[in-house]
Design a protein around this ligand. Structure first.
Ligand code: PBG
Length: 324
């Protein structure tokens, strides 16, 4: 048989493979999540996230320097709030001298070029561990949006470049955008968790922040993982309400959604490779069942290939180190 087309010609050696490669990973692709706690000199490993830590503010400062030296330019901040500061309304979230607000200032003072993004949601502040104010067992929507908008404003006033609402209340992007415009923070960005699914992959993150729901689950606000069309509806609504970046979360199990959204919208798309995805690979690698670095690179490349513009990932430091 005479072969005319041989696809393997373009795979013959590394040089030709490099020339025809369609997607490449660089440190520019990543947002690094950081977990922050009160105290001094604290560096606590999260049991279900080996190699990932909660830092007190002094530790965050040196961690940010390390990230910068690796070429990582964006962080996403989460705080672990003491139990005695939690209540139903997330009062502590609005404290202008709260842990989040101090963390933003600390990072911005030390490294003004580092892009600071902040998590906006009530769960770490909520005595119920929910992303909204609870009334008669129901996670209320509109009263929650009011608090989220004030929380976002407080972060921006402290110096945050982007706020990242991760709560999935209806109309929160609009509430936040209107308040920021009204207060003349016209350049503050919103990265909206637009298609955020009710996922069991968030378990290790809830360990990290001690933020697991005290009753029920998050299925009345986060999306049903059986749904695909709904992700487009959610995302278009967030863009209409003023989101600059939209997000799909989790990552690997949701790449069909990433591609759908890539085809439907013209704003940058972030994908959050979540805590459970990190934990799975670390556990398998610890057992010697998977090649950690090879699988890590395959996963983030797949996320990018699906259509991600950027990736929030606990692997960002490992990857930037590997890319050296
Ligand atoms: C909470 C929030 C969660 C994550 C980011 N923000 C957890 C949840 O919705 O319960 C998950 C991140 C991860 O698992 O890495 N608003």
């Amino acid at each position: 048989m005479q072969q005319l087309r041989r696809n393997r010609r373009l795979r013959t050696n590394d040089a030709i493979r490099s020339l025809v490669r369609e997607n490449a990973i660089t440190p520019n692709d990543f947002i690094t999540p950081l977990f922050i706690v009160e105290g001094k000199g604290v560096k606590e490993e999260i049991a279900s996230m080996p190699g990932y830590y909660r830092y007190s503010l002094d530790g965050i400062a040196s961690e940010v320097k390390t990230l910068q030296s690796l070429g990582l330019k964006a962080v996403l901040l989460f705080v672990k709030v003491a139990d005695n500061l939690k209540d139903n309304k997330g009062t502590e979230a609005l404290n202008s001298n709260g842990l989040m607000q101090r963390a933003i200032k600390t990072i911005k003072d030390l490294a003004p070029e580092m892009l600071v993004m902040t998590d906006v949601a009530l769960d770490p502040y909520s005595s119920y561990g929910h992303d909204g104010i609870v009334e008669d067992g129901y996670i209320t929507n509109d009263p929650t949006c009011d608090v989220l908008a004030k929380m976002a404003l407080s972060h921006v006033q402290s110096g945050a470049d982007f706020v990242a609402p991760s709560d999935m209340m209806d109309g929160r992007i609009r509430a936040i955008r209107e308040l920021l415009e009204q207060k003349k923070f016209v350049n503050a960005g919103i990265m909206s968790y637009s298609a955020k699914y009710a996922s069991s992959f968030y378990g290790p993150f809830r360990d990290a922040l001690d933020s697991a729901p005290g009753f029920g689950d998050k299925k009345t606000y986060q999306m049903d993982y059986a749904n695909r069309d709904e992700a487009i509806k959610e995302t278009l609504m967030d863009i209409q309400e003023g989101a600059d970046i939209v997000m799909v979360k989790p990552g690997l199990c949701y790449l069909d959604i990433v591609r759908d959204i890539k085809e439907a919208v013209d704003v940058p798309i972030a994908v959050y490779q979540v805590s459970g995805e990190y934990a799975m690979l670390k556990a398998a690698a610890e057992k010697g069942w998977l090649d950690h670095n090879a699988v890590m690179m395959e996963q983030v490349t797949a996320i990018k290939r699906a259509g991600a513009t950027m990736i929030a990932s606990y692997f960002s430091k490992d990857i930037a180190t590997l890319l050296g």
